[in-house]
Ligand binder design. Sequence first.
Ligand SMILES: NC(=O)c1ccc[n+]([C@@H]2O[C@H](COP(=O)([O-])OP(=O)(O)OC[C@H]3O[C@@H](n4cnc5c(N)ncnc54)[C@H](OP(=O)(O)O)[C@@H]3O)[C@@H](O)[C@H]2O)c1
Length: 345
Amino acid sequence: MSHHLHWGIMGTGNIARQFADGLMGARRSVLAAVASRSQDSAINFATQRSIPNAHAGYAALLADRSVEAVYLALPNALHHEWTLKALKAGKHVLCEKPLANDAAQAQEMFTAARKAKLVLAEAFMYRSHPLTKAWLAALRGGAIGKVKFIRTNFTFYVSRTEGNIRFSTALAGGALMDVGCYCINLARLVAQAEPLSIQATAVKHSSGVDELTAATLTFPEGLVATFVCGMRAQADNTAMICGDQGYLLIPVPWKPPVQKAEFTLAHSTPPRMEAGAAKGPPPRHTFQVDAPLPLYALEADEFAATVLEGAAPAVRPEDSLGNMRTLDAIRSQIGLVFGLPTQDY
Ligand SMILES: NC(=O)c1ccc[n+]([C@@H]2O[C@H](COP(=O)([O-])OP(=O)(O)OC[C@H]3O[C@@H](n4cnc5c(N)ncnc54)[C@H](OP(=O)(O)O)[C@@H]3O)[C@@H](O)[C@H]2O)c1
């Protein structure tokens, strides 16, 4: 087998472009092909990046023998169908988050991958950045003692909702699916467990998707995680992980910068009545982490190492399945139901 993994990109939207541009800097990955519903779009995308093959229609990409792995950058509701088709065609699949509409679909996808002896992984790219590995190592090394609570948020403001995949129930949109899945993933990563109980509330957009969801997840040993995700609000989009001996602040956890990504290890200021011995601000240290490559190159190369060397995937199947189950539980509490996708590809 070659030293490089040959990728085919399915879709030419926002994240497909970011992934393709990032991949230019990869060490173990090369772009072999791209596919779009529109031939023009595929050709433009390929020409701008010197990608050898441009395909009209996703099925043509799967028939391309130069493609070993598919990067699936389609709307959420198409992940299940096209992952199964890609696996059937003998391709490994790195599928965008969330892996599927629900846990049952995700289970079917992993079963198909296992039977075909192919790699399927969910593209939570923040997991591939060395910042995430660094704060996780500090946490596991006992830097903040026993973890007590986690508070994250991930929101952004969308002005154009018309024709936006995130505002379509048929395409499995909504804030929870789009960005809430990150908050859930981080909480489960820290807890190394699945939530025992979940309480969620949401505000719906007229399209039927949740434009804001807030949830509290309670994990074993009394670890509590809260998060807010939204598509019509602005927030700091940070993560705070609090223990009995200090806390970690991660200012940009979801898409850390390539250079000078940061996290801070801090201790809280005690309330005045207990502050007898405390003079001056409590100790606080900020760590800086540089990534060796662009974020999506790291993600692609980690996936390549799984395919080419059998390395453990950055996000394992049980991890994705746990995430999907939590998403299912929250969706049932907030009454978020998906419609049937339109078949226009
Ligand atoms: N990891 C990350 O950082 C990150 C960031 C953003 C999004 N995502 C995930 O990536 C996926 C795509 O998101 P995106 O922001 O790239 O969306 P987008 O810009 O709307 O692109 C989606 C692409 O899917 C294809 N498509 C197929 N059927 C479609 C339909 N019925 N309606 C619209 N597009 C359709 C289109 O490509 P063609 O026209 O070329 O066929 C389109 O360009 C989602 O699952 C999302 O959760 C991940």
